[in-house]
Design a protein around this ligand. Sequence first.
Ligand SMILES: [Zn+2]
Length: 187
Amino acid sequence: MESLKEILSRRRALVITPFAFAGIYALTSRKGDPPPPAVDVTIIPFDDHGNPQPATKTKRIVHTDAEWKKLLTPGQFYVTRRESTDTPYTGTMYKSHNRGLFRCICCSNAVFSSDAKFDSATGWPSFFAPIAKENIATRRDTSMMMDRIEVHCTLCLAHLGHVFDDGPEPTGLRYCINESSLRFVAL
Ligand SMILES: [Zn+2]
């Protein structure tokens, strides 16, 4: 099976302009869309001590925009539900080396661990791997005149950030994640 890294390398050869216009349309057309269907998804739950639990099949967490706005700050809403991006070098997570879990701000699904965090010097929290491959998902994102791989939470579809192929070993990947999409749990 083709790895994420191979996909990331191959997409560089693509001409992005036609996709960029499609991406702008896709981004704007999402506003006010009905919530996605609450299909079954499988995740690896983690307790607050960082211990993985058996794989669990559960319903995707779905809310309307009005409901998300009650649960989130405006900044968290626009990053996670509208794919906005935090200003780099804001917040505290990008420079933190504290040991712990990073949970999705929307649904508390564990998405990253400090074990895979590294200093990317980009001003965004960066990881070379998710805490469990089941807990995040990716899709191609051609918005903003760029061709990128978007990363989101499997459980609630919250936008987390993007993944690039210029990360460190052992994966060579760099998950560039918005602090507004994360809740830190210290270990
Ligand atoms: Zn989530």
